[in-house]
Design a protein around this ligand. Structure first.
Ligand SMILES: [Zn+2]
Length: 153
């Protein structure tokens, strides 16, 4: 029998050694019953956010179509909020899960003279912290990001 794409996925138990089951994974900006948005602490990348699915699910295709759509709606809202607050040259969206196989998306504001540009933030550093020149983050950007996101979701 063919399974409906929106069939309920059984709620999975937290996995003991998964860092995203054990902790929030960053400073909480927003959450609902399905996923959360956290701010990653990275001095090179203020505004680096993650959208983390709350239950331990390995792949996007382990989610129902409705759940996937919800997850991406949140990812795009975070992208929109980060763009509004930081006005970056580029947004990087990434989902790997190689280290923590628990569905999560990285939303990273990038600037042409940031520490790694044009490479991914996980790549080889292109500039020292002193040479990297990202525009200063706006005042109260944490609160601004949180309130912008709340309006979008
Ligand atoms: Zn997990």
């Amino acid at each position: 029998m063919k399974k409906s794409p929106d069939a309920a996925i059984p709620r999975l138990q937290p996995v003991p050694h998964c860092p995203l089951c054990k902790s929030r994974g960053g400073s909480l900006l927003w959450r609902d019953q399905h996923c959360r948005v956290v701010l990653v602490t990275d001095p090179d990348y203020p505004g680096f956010c993650r959208v983390i699915w709350n239950s331990h699910v390995k792949e996007m295709t382990d989610l129902s179509a409705t759940q996937r759509a919800h997850c991406m709606r949140v990812v795009f809202a975070v992208e929109q909020a980060v763009r509004a607050v930081f006005t970056p040259d580029k947004i990087n969206l990434a989902s790997f899960g190689n280290m923590a196989p628990h569905v999560h998306w990285h939303v990273i504001p990038r600037f042409a003279r940031d520490a790694h540009f044009p490479h991914p933030v996980w790549g080889r550093r292109q500039r020292s912290a002193r040479a990297a020149k990202s525009p200063p983050a706006p005042a109260h950007w944490h609160a601004l990001l949180k309130s912008t996101l709340a309006k979008l979701l």
